[in-house]
Design a protein around this ligand. Sequence first.
Ligand code: NG1
Ligand code: ZN
Length: 527
Amino acid sequence: INLRTVYAFAREMYPKNSKETIQYGTAGFRGKAEFLDSVMFRMGVLATLRSRYREGAVIGVMITASHNPEPDNGVKLIDPKGEMLESSWEKIATDLVNVSDQELEQHVGQIIKDNNIDVTSSSYVYVGMDNRYHSPRLLKAVADGVIALKGNVREFGIVTTPMMHFFVVAANTKEAYGKPTEESYYEKLISSFEKLRNGRVENGNYRNSLIYDGANGVGARKMLQFIKRMNNSLAVTVINQGIGTGKINEDCGADHVKVKQRVPVNMPDVEPFTRCVSVDGDADRVVYFYTDDEGQFHLLDGDRIATLVADYLMEQIKRCDLNLRIGLVQTAYANGASTDYIVNELKVPVSCVPTGVKHLHHKALEYDVGVYFEANGHGTIVFSDSAKSLIAEAAKTNEDAKSLLLIIDLINETVGDAISDMLLVETILNHKGWDVKDWSAAYNDLPNLQLKISVQDRNVIKTTDAERVCVEPQGLQEEINKVVANYKRGRSFVRPSGTEDVVRVYAEAATKEDVQQLAYEVGRLVQ
Ligand code: NG1
Ligand code: ZN
C-alpha cells in the first residue's frame, strides 16, 4: 500500500474545505453537507484501518444526520459487534479529519504505526446512507477512502441506521443471527412479530391500525417494504413518505413531535385516540402520540415505551419463574413522573447516565435484562448471554418462555430501531388488550420544555452527575438552583449539545405556565 495514493485522492477529489475543527460527537461527525466530503473520504480510510486492526472483521459506516434538517449530513462508524465505535478511536477519528491535506499521508502512517496495523491484511467495510439528496455523493467519498487503502467495500444503498447495525452483526456472527441482507432483516422481524400475534390481530381495546409518520426519510420507505411483506397483521398508513416536496424531518418526524409536542404535518383526519407513531430521519427513534376527543395532543415518548416494555418483561419473566435481574436506564431528559413510576410502582432499579446511546447501552449491559431509552425514543433492550440461555432452556417446556424467545428475536439488540421498537410496542399492547388511553393511564407526565440557546462557545459549559449539575462556568449551577427552588416539582438543567451548535435547556414543573417561565428564566442565565 502506497500512502501517497491516499494523499493524491484527498488532494484531487476530496480536499479539506473547512478550517473549523469538528469533533466525533454523540453520534459521529455532523455538519453542513458541503463541508463533509473530506470527512467522508477520511472515514473510509479509518474504517478500513479499523477493520484491519480488528483482524478483518466487518466495520460499518452509516451516512446520515438523523433528525437534523435536510442540508445537514453526518457519518458514524459501527464496530464489529454492532456497537458504536470504541471511544479511544473517536479521538483517532477526530484527529484524522482535522489534519490538513498536506499532513494526511504522514498522519495515516502514524495511525498505522501506533496501532500496529498490518496494512497487507484483508479488510471489509459496509456502507449505507439515508435518503438525503447529498448522501450518494458522500457515500462515494467513503468508498473511495476504502479503495485508496485497497480495502473491500460493500455498498448497501439507502437503509436505516439500525439496518446497518444489523448487517454488521450478521456478517460478523456467522450463525444464528441471519444474513447481512435487507431481506433477512425483514424476515427476522416480521416472522417473530407474526408468530407472537399468532393470528390474533385485535384484542380487547387494541385495534391493529395505526398512522406512521416516516419523517420524509428512509424510515418511510422501509415501512412500505414491511407492509408489502406482512400478512395484514398490522394496518399501517404511512404519511410523510418522502415523495414530493416534503423535506426530511421538516415539521414532521420523532424530534418534531417530541420537542414541539405537536402532531406532524399531513396528519389525516382520524378518530380521536387513534394510535400514531413518528420516527426520525434514519429510523432509530420512535415516539407514539394521539389526539383526544377535545383535540388535545398527547405524547407517549421513550420513557413511556421503556416503562411499558419493562413492565411486560417483568411479568413474562415471573410467569416463566426465572430469576433474572431487570434494570432500566434513562438520561436526565427522562420525565420525573416516569422515574417516580419506575421507582414506586414497577420497583425496578433505574439509573441515569449522560446523553448518547453508547452510555445507555453500556450501563444496560450490567443487567440480565437491560431496558434503555432516551426520552426522545431512542433505545432498545439487551439480554445477557446467560439470560438468553436460561430462557432458551425454559422454552423447551414453557410457552411463556417460548414467547420471550420470540420477543428477543423481534428486538434489535445492537441499537435503537424505530421499526423493531414499534413492532414490540404493538405486540405488548395487543397482548394486554390496550388502547392509547390504557397505556397513558400508568402515570401523568410532568409538563416539560426544551429550549435551544445559541451562544458563542457552547463548550464553556461543563457538567457532571450525568449532566444534571453544571460545574462550569462557576456559579451558574447556584443560579439555576435558586430559580428552580421557586417552582413546585421544578427541575432544570443545561448542557452543550453534541450534535448541534447550541446549549440545550431542559425544564419540567407542575404546570404548563410554570414550566414555560422556568425554562425562560434558566435560558436567560445561559445567554
Ligand atoms: P445532543 O445534540 O447531544 O443533545 C441529540 C439527542 C440525544 C441523541 C443524539 C444523537 C436530545 C436531548 N439529545 O444529542 O439524545 O439522540 O442527538 O442523535 O434528545
Ligand atoms: Zn436517528
